[in-house]
Design a protein around this ligand. Structure first.
Ligand code: AKG
Ligand code: FE2
Length: 322
């Protein structure tokens, strides 16, 4: 059956029920697809027979980078650096988890475009981050072709600051600059999420929504849809660790950009230069198969003359994301 809406991920498409019989999903894949559709997230057992050995090696290899005293069970694990971005560049186990072929194949089937991992984050503790949608950091055109896969690298208890999410929030409006009446392109932010917090809270209130926590078992993973509101709960016991890896995925034939620093309506996009973890190669920004450059987007060139140089913007974005 022809898909009339190739610009919508299959699992978020109004036509999913009609298309599903032709997708060749196994019962488990169908369960995951329907959980994503309904709730905006889905839990599955991470498909890697070497996972335990990888986790031990990652903890051993990355542990010293955090400046945390892991040896002392009484030490505060939350005081130092909480994340390492893109450790796949020097740690092959992080890369192997991020580029797990079964996960890539699953996402490709569920979204209807070829998935590829583009960013890894390794955390020894939770982030204690307020509810947010990753869609302000990295989004795509067409929208929603992005997802996160969160992997528990140990059992997570309620006191260790578990991941939380608002089930069903992926169907709420994607909060963009246009929606909150803000111009984003060339703007300066200490945290890319800051301007959007009140809007996310208002949506939670309007929907009378309550957060749910994921008390994961080691080896369980959770896929979240591009617009699912999620965050890290308060960590009640600072002595605990909560090792996890988040891998963010994009899909082929899209424009990849940062909405917090973009104004879609005027074509002013903060494009991303995306490299796939799987092969280390750049993935060009494509729109319907055609490559898009900064110069070919709206009034980008004029606007960029008046905005901070790209390198300093990128530095700010890095700070904002940390
Ligand atoms: O693990 C957490 O506490 C949240 C992580 C997160 O929001 C992300 O990586 O996008
Ligand atoms: Fe996030």
């Amino acid at each position: 059956m022809t898909n009339i809406f190739p610009g919508i991920p299959l699992i978020e498409s109004p036509l999913f029920e009609m298309l599903e019989p032709s997708l060749g999903l196994t019962p488990e894949e169908s369960r995951i697809a329907n959980d994503l559709r309904r709730n905006g997230f889905a839990v599955f057992d991470f498909p890697d027979v070497d996972l335990d050995a990888r986790i031990s090696r990652i903890q051993h290899n990355l542990g010293p980078c955090y400046g945390i005293d892991f040896e002392n069970p009484q030490s505060d694990k939350t005081i130092a650096e909480r994340r390492i971005q893109d450790a796949w560049k020097f740690d092959k186990d992080v890369g192997a988890i991020a580029a797990n072929q079964a996960v890539i194949d699953l996402l490709t089937k569920l979204y209807g475009r070829t998935a590829f991992p583009f960013q890894s984050l390794n955390f020894p503790v939770g982030t204690q981050q307020d509810a947010h949608s990753d869609a302000v950091h990295f989004s795509s055109l067409p929208e929603r072709f992005m997802c996160g896969v969160w992997l528990a690298m140990e059992d997570v208890s309620a006191d260790a600051g578990p991941l939380f999410y608002y089930s069903g929030s992926h169907t709420w409006p994607i909060v963009s600059n246009a929606l909150i009446g803000r111009k984003g392109f060339g703007s300066d932010l200490s945290s890319a999420q800051d301007p959007f917090g009140p809007a996310w809270r208002a949506l939670c209130d309007a929907n009378d929504a309550s957060p749910e926590v994921f008390l994961a078992r080691k080896g369980q993973a959770l896929i979240w849809c591009a617009n699912l509101l999620h965050g890290g709960s308060q960590q009640n016991d600072p002595r605990m660790t909560r090792w996890s890896q988040v891998t963010h995925y994009y899909f082929d034939d899209c424009i990849y950009y940062t909405p917090a620093f973009s104004d879609e309506a005027t074509g002013q996009l903060q494009l991303r230069s995306i490299r796939a973890v799987s092969d280390g190669a750049l993935r060009p920004n494509l729109y319907l198969g055609e490559e898009i450059s900064d110069a070919s987007i709206g009034s980008f060139s004029e606007a960029s003359a008046a905005s901070p140089p790209r390198s300093s913007l990128l530095q700010k974005m890095r700070r904002a994301l940390s």
